[in-house]
Design a protein around this ligand. Structure first.
Ligand code: GLC
Length: 748
């Protein structure tokens, strides 16, 4: 006992020393920054606030750009993707400018740099922090070799509407899953030492509520009840900042009438004061001057005044700060102390990146671009992210001898399989499903049938049908080209584009089993063809190693391990649609629902269910949040709570048994949800609070345990304070958000 006490004393003492040391280091840094600022001219201060955009396709380095660096007019660059340009610009900044303040080079390194991982919505489907962290780590190792030390990731916008193009980059609809991923991404990009030259400063974006745009229309208005903003949208940003994210990017949208880039309440009161953020805030592309279009700034100068006073440190691409700070200072509309405060935040992160000591790209660091271990990790991530939505008659996995008709526009689309936000990934390195089938010498015939996902021509369907007739199974690779999701690419109708549905129906008519593999940046509504296919595998845009990953899944070397990070709608008319919705006063139910076709002609007005639903689309999604099948089955039993009454100081222990009831080993994601049955604000019908991945051999049973502290039951109500309210709670432990064993406990 004495040893244990001694050990814990030693650990506490060590932590104390480290904290003191960090505090001293911080103090030393702040002193250095004070010294630098004291020597800076106003022009040099304004220069640090400028993030200059360039194009990775810039053929020459403009002399004016170099002169601006020499004059101290640039603090950071975006998209300088030629290493000799990076080296030249940094040399000018350090050796030729008056104060030698180093530049920081930035890039959107989102889900890979050269080796591309699944899109972030796919990585979210892995329900696995390690997978997300690995994607970020490999991205940073590869990207930092080009001198990139700041990435505009992770994107943490909660998304509840699959029409929104940027759902592809999002962590999905749930704040808990998004928070787990946020922490993992920050750790992966940064390691525990931001000074490491393979580390990248992360950037929690887009602050805030970008995913709540009305109608899923990108850049559109976000009206978010403040408790909802705090209970849902802020959560992943809190997690990222707690994990050490040193920068935050503002979103294009207005939040409740005030554009994020000029939102003092958001940037100063919430982000800096409440969330203790002490890094720097960067605008999104021209979002400062877009406040004019928003009708929030009268002109560019007013936009600069609003952003500066809101606490927006660095202006991306637009030049309102360059053009107007001096006048604003002279007119007393902005104080020089505020400018110094913004400069300090930027210099602090440059010190954390150790750029003053080591400003130059580490030339010996090659980044191991496309290294076998990077490709292997990208393949593993693609397997972990793939979600099996349907698998009638266990059509998958296929036996090696199966004769397969490989059909469809996404079977051999090296660029499309990389997905959105992959500027540096090269399609020449993509291994497509066709390539993987060929490499494996599988028994198959291939008919693309459509040139791309939007192709409307049915000219080649006959060849596809013939191939299907001559095969045992048809595997259709369909979905969206990469350009149909991502920024500015929202879709009102999210069915399969082009003639893909017709192609699926044509080959299904042969009577052969059809496996549909979807590559897309969002859930695709497949109600029109779900009965024509035996199996549906959602692969998202799986990245460089799509082919080998999907080959292994299709032939059973690996099982698909993903679970839905977003609710999958039957039709876009249901959107926004999410599992953690409110119950309403007239909750839908099977008993009360009357399907439109079942309504008698001339029915009396009040004869219908009078609950919340659609007459045509009902009230359930096609597949619920958290859903996904594997190649075996599991049974949960024996849900036990350590107590049924809990004080606010206690922790609840929850255990459940899970058995592999199938005929092969497999992995399940056991999910724990709570329902706060009565609150001073209405509460969601379910909220994800924990999840665990569990591997089980055939016939094996394990006990899975979770701990729920009272803090996990807190929420923000109309007082805008986090409250913990006594009352009854349901606990659901299951395999997705619409199932599970239930127990109840009371919080005293
Ligand atoms: C874009 C995006 C943002 C990105 C930035 C720089 O418009 O909204 O996510 O990081 O510009 O490319």
């Amino acid at each position: 006992m004495k040893t244990a006490k001694l050990y814990s004393f030693f650990i506490l003492a060590l932590i104390g020393c480290i904290n003191t040391l960090n505090a001293q280091l911080d103090e030393k840094t702040e002193t250095k920054i004070t010294e630098i600022i004291s020597k800076m001219t106003l022009d040099q201060k304004i220069g640090q606030l400028a993030l200059r955009g360039t194009s990775s396709r810039t053929k020459v380095l403009p002399e004016q750009l170099k002169q601006d660096v020499r004059d101290g007019k640039v603090g950071a660059f975006l998209n300088v993707m030629k290493t000799d340009y990076v080296d030249e610009l940094q040399t000018i900044a350090v050796k030729e400018s008056a104060l030698g303040i180093p530049l920081v080079f930035s890039r959107d390194v989102i889900h890979g740099f050269k080796t591309i991982f699944p899109i972030p919505l796919g990585l979210a489907a892995s329900w696995d922090a390690e997978t997300a962290k690995t994607s970020a780590r490999v991205s940073a190792i590869e990207g930092s070799s080009f001198g990139v030390r700041w990435t505009f990731a992770p994107m943490l916008d909660i998304a509840r509407d699959s029409r929104w193009g940027r759902i592809a980059e999002s962590p999905g609809e749930d704040p808990y899953l998004a928070s787990v991923l946020a922490k993992a991404y920050v750790e992966g990009f940064q390691t525990d030492n931001l000074a490491d030259q393979t580390a990248m400063a992360s950037c929690a974006k887009h602050f805030i509520g970008y995913g709540a745009a009305i109608g899923g229309r990108d850049y559109n208005t976000a009206i978010i009840h403040e408790p909802l903003l705090r209970n849902v949208y802020l959560k992943p940003f809190e997690a990222a900042i707690e994990a050490g994210a040193p920068t935050v990017m503002t979103s294009f949208n207005e939040v409740n009438g005030v554009p994020a880039s000029g939102n003092k309440w958001l940037l100063s009161d919430v982000l800096r004061k409440e969330m203790n953020f002490n890094g720097f805030v960067v605008s999104d592309w021209d979002s400062v001057i877009e406040m004019i279009a928003h009708g929030y700034a009268a002109d560019e100068k007013h936009a600069a005044e609003l952003a500066l006073n809101a606490g927006l440190d660095m202006e991306m691409t637009s030049k309102s700060y360059d053009n107007h700070v001096k006048a604003l200072l002279k007119e007393g509309k902005v104080k020089e102390e505020q400018i110094d405060f913004l400069v300090r935040n930027i210099l602090r992160i440059k010190f954390q990146l150790n750029l003053f000591e080591k400003p130059y790209r580490l030339k010996s660091h090659t980044g191991n671009l496309y290294a076998p271990e990077h490709l292997a990790k990208a393949k593993a991530a693609a397997i972990k992210s793939s979600v099996l939505l349907k698998n009638e008659n266990n059509t998958l996995p296929l036996a090696a001898t199966t004769k397969v008709a490989v059909i469809g526009p996404l079977a051999d689309a090296p660029r499309e399989q990389l997905g959105t936000w992959t500027f540096d990934g090269e399609k020449e390195h993509s291994v497509t499903p066709l390539q993987a089938f060929t490499d494996a010498k599988a028994s198959f015939t291939f008919v693309k049938a459509l040139t791309h996902s939007r192709d409307q021509s049915e000219k080649k369907f006959e060849a596809a049908v013939k191939a299907a007739e001559q095969s045992d199974v048809v595997v259709v690779f369909a979905g969206e080209e990469a350009i149909l999701s991502g920024e500015a690419h929202s879709r009102a109708n999210i069915d399969l584009p082009g003639a893909q549905e017709a192609l699926i129906k044509a080959v299904a008519k042969t009577g052969k089993p059809v496996v549909l593999v979807i590559m897309a940046g969002r859930p695709i509504t497949i109600t029109n063809i779900i009965d024509d296919v035996d199996t549906v595998l959602m692969a998202w845009h799986p990245g460089t190693m799509a082919g080998p990953a999907l080959y292994d899944i299709i032939y059973g070397k690996s099982e698909p391990q993903g679970r839905l990070p977003v609710t999958w709608p039957k039709t876009s008319g249901q959107l926004p649609l999410f599992y953690n919705h409110k119950n309403t006063g007239r909750p839908s139910s099977v008993e009360s629902f009357v399907q439109m076709d079942d309504i008698p002609v001339g029915a009396w007005q009040s004869s219908l269910g009078n609950t919340t639903h659609y007459l045509d689309a009902g009230f359930t999604p096609h597949f619920p949040f958290g859903y996904g099948l594997g190649y075996t089955t599991f049974a949960l039993s024996n849900l036990k709570l350590s107590k049924t009454e809990l004080t606010k100081a206690e922790t609840l222990e929850v255990t459940v048994s899970i058995k592999n009831t199938g005929d092969r080993a497999g992995e399940e994601v056991v999910q724990l949800y709570i329902q706060d049955k009565v609150g001073s604000l209405t509460r969601p019908v379910r909220e994800l609070k924990r999840f665990k991945r569990v591997k089980l051999n055939k016939g094996e049973t394990k006990t899975v345990s979770f701990s729920i502290a009272a803090k996990d039951l807190e929420f923000v109500n109309n007082t805008m304070k986090s409250v913990l309210e006594s009352g009854e709670f349901n606990i659901y432990v299951g395999q997705h958000s619409a199932s599970g064993l239930m127990a109840t406990f009371t919080l005293k």
